[in-house]
Design a protein. Structure first.
Length: 700
């Protein structure tokens, strides 16, 4: 009886009964604490309904099976009696390996049980060994090369040829087409580059340590101490103290000789690798088969943007500088690199009154999923249906499973939602492919299976999980990747969904952020989790405006990062004496704020490892997404005709067609650097006008 008087229980009952009846079944499921049903009758099915994975030892069986399949497919490929297209055999080989490798990689990082994670890691290592063997299989390469250059024994299509060339290029990445001594150099370089990258990334996140005696007394107390040293572990971008921000910037980014050596060696080795493989620079190698196709086009795009962005970015900086002078009380203050994140945040809070906490009650997880479902129904005739899992199908109790169902075509695939934080889980939002879609020999379609991973707080009986606006953007972004996987209907899994060029893979996900930032879309689901009252029009407009605040200066920063990455991976004769001198020269050319002496932020820029020569990809993807939004959805974000056209002409092809031609055809304009830059500048101007109207800001 005492439980009835417990305030928390009373609150839970009040919230539940007052709000649950207003949500759809999908929203109700995601707004409720997930739980595992007690099973008395059904048998365990294994992870992802794979019978082999009822326990961790199943990974050994998967490894044995794929090893046997690989041998059979290699024999078929090199046989003189081959009956199938070469590209079909290669794709089946790739599919067999990816099914085990992708699944194992996900379980390795996501499964809470150590024995499953370890077995999955062992499987990853085994598959890597098989792939390394394939990469050195000269006869297999020679057979594929002959077919690619001379035609197959059976008729092929343009898509067959395109995918075969992608397989061939993947082969040649390991230098198999080179003389033995050069091929061995490629292997050694790849291994050394991997080691250098790991060491650089480790060093990039280490705190900077300084003897206390060397640090001015006036700023010592801003940072924690370790004996007679002070430790600086970040940039203090949110600090209200300008002196603390400046000190943190200069100390945290102080040049490290070890990091400089690692980065210099990394860039030299990458350049050597590109040259051995027959490319002018590493950037030329990295951009092969990309949307932009060459570093020359990237540079032209960056230069076009730089010219048009500079006056717009400088207008942003003038506003920030006035804010700094008012904030500090010093009319002589000048804006510096350590100020921009703080004053951007301050502008959102003060001028737009856009505090994240104000919006939280309107973005319950279930409400957001309901909004996604509404949007998918409107654009594609697709519903997201919460589906009960079989015993043993999931790796944790708090996983949801969505069946993606088309109103006429039926089931298209499955999305597993691993949304909640837990011990040992990677703290990142990402999309994992578990099984890629492809056309099977009997004419049926192998359904795609993906996982979307977020790190949200668990829903409680006192209320659902509530999302900040940035979390809503992340959810829509990752679901954009997932829907790319669901809606692709490629012949081959090697090019299904997100398996496309890096500078195109982000287009569908970034486009989804445009929907998440449109008041018309937000009105369909931004409702208070208790009262179900919609977000006010004033709040909606302030929220959407805050997302585009100072977009010119932020874009200029991304252009600068992209330009520096291209320079580092381009012609070494254009480098300075060290990576910092190269950075300083690039900053003078591409960014409006000056370089800060005795700093080296590039030595903490870990993206240089994972996105070497490809950092521009997000900028290009953002530009293409913007162009698609303006052309097809800005007038009506629920336009079914536009959605169907986008699905059939873009999403359905995955990486099965060259992305530049695919996008040009869809937009009915050439993907030139000038056209791309103009699209992004137009968006910035439109958003700036909206913000100025709202704030009545004079930026001169």
């Amino acid at each position: 009886m005492l439980l009835l008087k417990n305030p928390a229980s009373h609150m839970a009952k009040h919230w539940w009964h007052k709000s649950v009846s207003t949500w759809t079944p999908l929203a109700t499921a995601f707004n409720s604490p997930p739980y595992k049903k007690i099973n008395f009758t059904r048998n365990e099915v294994g992870l992802f309904c794979m019978s082999e994975l009822k326990d961790h030892e199943g990974f050994f069986l998967l490894k044995d099976n794929v090893t046997h399949q690989t041998t059979q497919l290699i024999d078929e490929a090199i046989s003189s009696n081959r009956q199938r297209k070469m590209v079909q055999i290669f794709d089946e080989l790739s599919d067999s390996l990816c099914k085990v490798a992708d699944l194992s990689e996900f379980i390795r990082v996501a499964h809470p049980q150590a024995k499953f994670a370890q077995a999955a890691e062992d499987a990853c290592i085994s598959i890597s060994g098989i792939v390394e063997h394939l990469n050195t299989h000269k006869q297999l390469y020679t057979t594929l090369s002959h077919v690619t250059h001379n035609g197959d024994i059976v008729p092929t299509t343009d898509i067959d040829t395109h995918v075969a060339k992608l397989f061939l290029f993947d082969f040649e990445q390991s230098g198999i087409h080179l003389q033995e001594d050069e091929r061995e150099k490629v292997v050694r370089l790849n291994d050394y580059i991997l080691q250098l990258g790991q060491k650089f990334m480790h060093g990039a996140i280490q705190p900077t340590s300084f003897p206390r005696a060397q640090v001015p007394e006036s700023i010592r107390n801003y940072f924690p101490s370790d004996g007679d040293h002070i430790l600086v572990s970040g940039l203090y971008t949110n600090s209200t103290n300008g002196q603390a921000r400046e000190a943190a910037y200069k100390l945290y980014l102080y040049p490290s000789e070890r990091q400089e050596e690692l980065l210099t060696d990394l860039l030299k080795c990458r350049h050597a690798l590109g040259r051995i493989c027959g490319f002018e620079t590493y950037a030329h190698r990295a951009l092969n088969s990309s949307t932009v196709e060459s570093p020359e086009m990237v540079k032209e795009f960056i230069d076009e943007l730089t010219r048009d962005l500079r006056p717009r970015a400088e207008a942003d900086f003038r506003i920030m500088e006035r804010m700094k002078r008012k904030d500090s009380g010093n009319q002589q203050s000048t804006l510096a690199a350590w100020d921009t994140p703080y004053f951007t945040s301050l502008m959102k809070k003060n001028a737009l009154n856009a505090n994240a906490s104000e919006f939280l009650p309107y973005f319950s997880l279930g409400g957001c999923m309901q909004g996604l479902d509404n949007l998918m129904r409107s654009l594609y005739g697709i519903s997201l249906q919460n589906t009960e899992m079989e015993p043993g199908e999931s790796w944790h109790n708090d996983i949801y499973k969505l069946s993606v169902v088309h109103e006429n075509e039926g089931l298209l695939g499955y999305i597993y939602c691993d949304f909640f934080e837990r011990n040992g889980k990677p703290n990142q939002d990402c999309h994992f492919t578990i099984q890629g879609g492809k056309r099977l020999s009997d004419g049926s379609y192998q359904l795609p299976i993906v996982v979307v991973m977020l790190n949200l707080s668990q829903p409680r009986w006192t209320g659902p999980t509530l999302l900040t606006p940035s979390r809503v953007d992340n959810l829509f972004h990752e679901m954009g990747h997932a829907m790319h996987s669901m809606l692709a209907r490629t012949e081959y899994q090697h090019v299904t969904g997100t398996r496309c060029s890096t500078d195109f893979a982000e287009v569908p996900s970034v486009l989804m952020e445009y929907f998440a930032s449109d008041p018309r879309v937000l009105r369909t689901f931004a409702k208070h989790f208790q009262t179900h009252k919609p977000m006010s029009e004033d709040m909606l407009q302030r929220l959407c405006a805050s997302k585009n605040l100072f977009s010119a200066s932020e874009t200029q920063l991304q252009v600068f990062y992209s330009a520096l990455d291209q320079i580092y991976h381009g012609d070494p004769s254009k480098h300075g004496e060290n990576t910092t001198e190269t950075l300083k020269n690039a900053q003078n050319e591409y960014y409006s704020l000056p370089y800060v002496n005795n700093t080296a932020w590039q030595l903490r820029f870990s993206h240089l490892v994972g996105y070497g020569a490809k950092y521009y990809s997000y900028l290009i993807s953002k530009t293409i997404a913007s162009w698609i939004w303006q052309s097809y959805f800005e007038a009506n974000p629920f336009n079914r005709e536009a959605g169907e056209k986008y699905r059939q002409e873009v999403l359905a092809h995955g990486g099965g067609k060259p992305s530049r031609h695919l996008v040009s055809k869809f937009l009915q304009r050439d993907l030139t650097p000038k056209n791309l830059a103009q699209s992004l500048i137009h968006e910035i101007d439109v958003n700036n006008d909206k913000i100025k109207d709202m704030l009545h800001v004079d930026n001169h």
